[in-house]
Design a binder for this molecule. Structure first.
Ligand SMILES: *Cc1c(COP(=O)(O)O)cnc(C)c1O
Length: 470
């Protein structure tokens, strides 16, 4: 059966001939077209081979169908894969959706700095080689109170670099309650292993005492690491040692204390009714030697890893050859510098930085937005579509404030013609995909993560979904 089906498969030469006649060879280099043909035919061959031995109706597509698939494949190469989407999930720092959207200033700086040459590693005053981190060093230090600052590719890189610099071949003491996994392969024990540090676990999952740390310190201790349990909380019978006590150990033994903050935040969110989370400034005041955090979590900037701490240690980190492999790019630096400048405006930073705005936006404002969108969508007069507003909860995401539910307004969409999962799929297929939440059999748009400027995308998306024959 296989053999007969395989014989019916169009030959590569035949497909190429048709493509040539259709002018497709002008659309892409010959090798690219050839490779597309091979992939398409290869996929069909695999389908045939994976069919059951006695399957008599294996479909072998005819030549024109196969060429159409090849043309579609080549056309798809021209389309952008990485695209803007509307985040209607209500998860404010959605790692899969690019975490923090950048502000206008950051975007303008990226354009300005990268459209031509820049002084990335050039000291304009001395006319000599400079350091790329210097562009954000001063502002980071002023805002945080740190002695020195260094920025790298992301926080995972920051943690790896710090561990490698201070504890390669030495022990790094961590509480068992902080051996976290934050998803996307970042697990403290594994990062530790790659850094060359020897993991020295202390305490238990729920309780770690000061004596656990003290007893673990020996001649081969490189550092004490405290990790923010970003995406979970241990509640009940628990004990955790705070930074001040660890810093005390550090003072007595000369062993540095490192704090992986995960989502370092510069503003006091508790003022807006959120859980108390120490700010980066407060953490540094404890006397901790080094803190690391992400640029694209609560900070609201581009993907980056920020390392703040004592000059002596940061000098060592800067000289580590691994730093070169983890270095930050100029576009990121431009965006990070612009984001940090927003923090000079104090409380106003909250309104300038989109993710902070989304977190603290009062429910009444989210509701006003939701009502506006409701009216816009009602005006489309899509037959049978049921649109309603309901209350719900948004999440911060990105490993920040994991147990904090933020009240929000949801726009529910129900259609007699499309199930929720099919509507969800259709919305993802739009020119500007709309990523929604599904609960039971309804599609929910969480307005906390949608800006008014994005309403047009949702409107056009829905219009198109229902204009098609569904
Ligand atoms: C998010 C997080 C990281 C990783 O940060 P990236 O910027 O994603 O590399 C590391 N540690 C903690 C505690 C985190 O929350």
């Amino acid at each position: 059966m296989y053999r007969e089906s395989l014989k019916k498969l169009p030959k590569i030469d035949e497909i190429m001939l048709v493509l040539k006649k259709k002018g497709i060879l002008e659309k892409a280099p010959r090798d690219v077209v050839l490779s597309a043909c091979r992939s398409v035919v290869g996929n069909i061959r695999e389908l045939i081979l994976s069919a059951k031995e006695d399957d008599t109706n294996i479909h072998v597509p005819p030549l024109d169908e196969v060429t159409d698939t090849v043309v579609e494949r080549i056309d798809s190469l021209r389309r952008y894969s990485l695209r803007r989407v509307v985040n209607a999930t209500g998860i404010i720092l959605h790692t899969n959706l690019g975490r923090a959207p950048l502000g206008k200033d950051a975007l303008e700086r990226i354009l300005e700095v990268s459209c031509g040459y820049s002084n990335l590693e050039f000291d304009l005053e001395k006319g000599k080689r400079g350091l790329r981190y210097d562009h954000v060093q001063k502002i980071l230090c002023e805002l945080s109170g740190a002695e020195d600052a260094l920025v790298v590719n992301n926080n995972a890189a920051a943690v790896l670099l710090v561990l490698n610099t201070l504890a390669s071949g030495k022990e790094a003491i961590v509480s068992r309650g902080e051996l976290i996994e934050i998803g996307g392969e970042f697990r403290i024990p594994e990062v530790m292993e790659k850094s060359g540090a020897i993991l020295r676990e202390v305490g238990t999952t729920n309780r770690t005492h000061l004596s656990d740390y003290e007893d673990a310190v020996n001649n081969n201790t490189g550092l004490i690491l405290k990790v923010h349990t970003s995406n979970f909380r241990i509640v009940g019978f628990t004990e955790e040692i705070g930074l001040p006590a660890l810093v005390e150990i550090a003072k007595n033994t000369g062993i540095p204390v490192i704090n992986d903050l995960g989502s370092g935040c510069f503003v006091e969110l508790d003022r807006y009714g959120f859980e108390r989370e120490p700010t980066v400034q407060e953490v540094l005041k404890t006397g901790v030697d080094v803190v690391t955090f992400s640029g694209d979590k609560l900070l609201g900037g581009p993907q980056a890893g920020i390392i703040l701490g004592s000059r002596y240690i940061l000098e060592k980190i800067k000289k580590n050859p691994l730093n070169r492999a983890l270095r930050i790019d100029k576009m990121t630096l431009a965006a990070l510098e612009a984001t940090m400048k927003q923090y000079l405006n104090g409380e106003d930073a909250i309104s300038d930085i989109r993710i902070l705005r989304a977190i603290i936006e009062p429910l009444a404002d989210v509701e006003t937005k939701a009502k506006k969108l409701l009216i816009i969508l009602q005006k489309l007069c899509i037959e049978g579509l049921v649109l309603t507003l309901k209350e719900g909860f948004s999440m911060t995401g990105g490993g920040a404030l994991p147990t904090q539910e933020i009240p929000t307004m949801l726009l529910s969409i129900k259609s007699p013609r499309l199930s929720a999962s099919r509507l969800d799929k259709r919305l993802r297929d739009c020119e500007v995909p709309v990523i929604v939440r599904i609960a039971e059999d309804e599609v929910l748009l969480d307005l906390r993560t949608v800006d008014e400027e994005e309403f047009a995308f949702i409107k056009e998306g829905l219009q198109l979904v229902f204009a098609e024959d569904v």
